[in-house]
Write a protein that binds this ligand. Structure first.
Ligand code: MOS
Length: 704
């Protein structure tokens, strides 16, 4: 059925691959059949620091089906002195087996390859590895002296404006508080999996990742290959959240396929993912806010510390979010790192903003309490005209509209601000709010659109649909650009041979790919003569948005949102239930309300989970995690979720051809603070350390 011929962007559309997914026709990386396939199984270190002294490979090689054991003594050498797509050198934990050093517990020390996955696992688990163990240090706390200011490729570590101490001294009210967030793990439902093979002189890798160019580029650099001779495909991805870039499994598969000259697959187990897939580092944050009696901020200071590994720097830029949020005469923000014997953390949904907003938006709530000003009004009074630190104009900033619409729908007006007053049987009830923001950026991408002889159109763009609905969004964008129904569009993505395009990350994907698709479609329409015959091979137009993106004026570009939560707290058990959440976002033109709502509600649920459940606990003695699996690592489950709704205000990006900003991460931002602020309103007790576990609620006591 073909009905609408234009205006599909903004209308609800089910996922174009939805049927394939629910019927099993859509295959994930670890399920795609290969002839002559061998299976690799990673062996991870059981010590947190030291050297591999010896590996008893003899008995393992004699086991049934075993083909090879790769380790630092025999693995191919790789090149690590290069700058990758996202800046920086590769993490040595992914550039496998290049030395005998062990930098953390769970460090990959060997790969056992066998005919079957079961044989590989059996052999890998029987491999005896001898270590020279050294004392390790995995102990993170606010008191740790930071060893470095980390440089992030996008966000400067330190930004300072004005005289902070003078502004604090001149403030009528000062909030000075420390907040912590624990180590958190993304662990997408589909584990990391890659199959590598050499085919006709080309390296071919079938993988689960957030950008095939990214992984192909890294593999070409590591193995000193011509980039044109590396092809990476990743058609369906069961979640990424920042964890699916270059990881040990792809490098292991390529090494083994090279040595054995046959296809090799390496899949991470869920437990291995807790060591190899990256994670969100814990944070220790200090916020100082100084304000006049009317709530106007004189001083904003936010300092954040996070651990990274001993071998690779990663900064969680938690302090950066405030730079575009609130005006203040003196504005000091800094994100620092301390190097410990732990795995390298990585990007995880709203890196920086997710933990940073917990601290900053909790502190704002504490300031509102001290001043006797409504928390929404306090934020309105500190709305900046231009970037508070940058001085740049905002592309569009509709934060206040989100709060106004959210307050109306949530029933905020008339809220009694006093804490600990509302009872319903054994429950204490409270409501809280917090702001959300995330940068929105467009990055250069290429696309090709082909008019086929049968009247359909093929769109080739190397996007990654990691479960977001990108394939569907791009279908709608292409249909509008070509003014044809969606069922005449076929989108091909997830293949590095399609040409360069930005990764699915940083909330940049849909906007950047849509721009390229719109440009290629426009080019095609200009080159098609009305009524002309289309040859059997079709007519193709290509785009590259590099120049257009580079020509964008310097601006503060962000998506915004207002988060609301209502909680019920049982002071006898310490249990916190989130009854209602509402998020109202200003996040550019929404391409597909169905998948957008899914993305935003998913982020909000994650924020709830972060507020109440998630915490990976590192054992000082072993250097590893307690309960590194989805039984030991608690996440919000269905029974934890009440009434959660996400909606948006009209906010088309003025500088984007389709009006898109990006909604990948903003949904989680501020959600944990809204829950924590609601717990304060319910109980009168501030929780500055996540998660707000029942024991913490009980120990804190409160007005109840
Ligand atoms: Mo996202 S943390 O940019 O994959």
């Amino acid at each position: 059925m073909t009905t609408a011929t234009q205006g599909l962007v903004g209308t609800a559309h089910p996922r174009v691959e939805g049927r394939d997914k629910v019927t099993g026709a859509a295959r994930y990386a670890g399920e795609i059949p290969f002839a002559e396939l061998a299976h690799g199984w990673l062996v991870l270190s059981t010590v947190a620091r030291g050297r591999v002294r010896a590996l008893e490979t003899g008995p393992v090689l004699a086991l049934p089906g075993v083909l090879a054991v790769l380790h630092h003594g025999n693995a191919p050498r790789v090149e690590t002195d290069y700058t990758g797509l996202l800046g920086g050198r590769p993490d040595p934990s992914a550039a496998l087996f290049q030395s005998d050093r062990v930098a953390h517990r769970g460090w990959p020390v060997a790969l056992v390859v066998a005919e079957t996955s079961e044989q590989a696992r059996e052999a890998a688990e029987s491999l005896v590895v001898h270590y020279e163990q050294e004392p390790h240090d995995v102990d993170f706390s606010a008191g740790r002296a930071s060893e470095a200011y980390a440089l992030d490729s996008h966000v400067p570590a330190v930004a300072e404006k004005g005289d902070l101490e003078a502004a604090l001294a001149a403030s009528a009210v000062v909030v000075d508080a420390e907040y912590t967030t624990p180590e958190e793990h993304h662990n997408p439902m589909e584990p990391h999996a890659a199959t590598a093979r050499w085919e006709g002189g080309r390296l071919e890798v079938v993988d689960s990742n957030q950008g095939t160019n990214w992984v192909a580029g890294e593999l070409a650099s590591l193995f000193s290959l011509d980039p044109a001779s590396v092809r990476v495909r990743s058609e369906h991805v069961g979640g990424g959240f920042g964890s699916k870039g270059l990881r040990a499994h792809q490098v292991a598969a390529v090494m083994a396929a090279t040595v054995l000259q046959r296809p090799v697959r390496v899949v991470m187990t869920r437990r291995q993912m807790f060591s190899l897939a990256g994670y969100r580092s814990p944070t220790a944050q200090r916020v100082r806010l100084g304000a006049d009696p009317d709530g106007r901020l004189r001083a904003l200071e936010h300092r954040a510390l996070n651990p990274t590994s001993a071998v690779h720097d990663f900064v969680e830029p938690s302090a950066a979010a405030g730079r575009s949020m609130y005006a203040a005469d003196a504005h000091h923000t800094a994100s620092q790192i301390v190097r410990l014997d732990v795995p390298t953390p990585t990007w995880m949904r709203a890196p920086g903003e997710a933990p940073g907003s917990f601290a900053l938006e909790s502190a704002l709530d504490e300031l509102a309490e001290r001043l006797g000003i409504d928390p929404i009004e306090l934020r309105v009074r500190n709305e900046p005209e231009v970037g508070p630190v940058s001085g740049l104009p905002f592309g569009s900033r509709n934060l206040v509209a989100c709060f106004r619409e959210g307050a109306r729908r949530f029933g905020w007006d008339g809220r009694d601000p006093r804490p600990g007053l509302r009872r319903e049987g054994r429950w204490l009830l409270g409501t809280g709010t917090a702001a959300a923001s995330f940068p929105t950026t467009a990055m250069p991408s290429t696309a090709a659109v082909t008019a086929e002889a049968d009247g359909t159109f093929t769109v080739g763009v190397n996007a990654a649909d990691i479960g977001t609905g990108a394939r569907t969004a791009l279908t709608l964008v292409a249909a509008d650009a070509l003014e044809v129904p969606a069922d005449r569009i076929r989108v091909r993505l997830g293949d590095s041979d399609l040409g360069p395009a930005i990764i699915a990350g940083g909330s940049m994907g849909t906007r950047s790919w849509s721009w390229a698709v719109t440009a290629a479609a426009g080019e095609l329409r200009r080159s098609l003569a009305p009524g002309a015959d289309i040859p059997p091979e079709g007519i193709t137009a290509r785009s590259n948005t590099a120049e257009a993106v580079a020509a964008l004026a310097q601006k503060e570009r962000h998506a915004f949102g207002a988060q609301f939560a209502e909680v019920a707290v049982d002071p006898a058990t310490g249990e916190v239930r989130v009854r209602r959440m509402l998020g109202v976002f200003a996040a550019g033109r929404i391409v597909n309300p169905l998948t957008a709502r899914n993305q935003l509600v998913g982020g909000m649920i994650w924020g709830l989970s972060m507020a109440l459940h998630e915490e990976a606990v590192r054992d000082r003695a072993s250097g590893g995690l307690y309960g590194a699996d989805l039984a030991g690592y608690h996440v919000a489950a269905h029974a934890d979720i009440g009434d959660i709704e996400a909606d948006w205000v009209d906010d088309p990006d003025p500088d984007d051809p389709v009006g898109i900003k990006g909604i990948g991460e903003v949904g989680i931002v501020g959600a944990a603070a809204a829950v924590a602020n609601a717990v304060w309103h319910a109980t009168g007790v501030r929780h500055r350390h996540l998660p707000i576990r029942p024991d913490r609620v009980l120990m804190a006591g409160g007005d109840a």
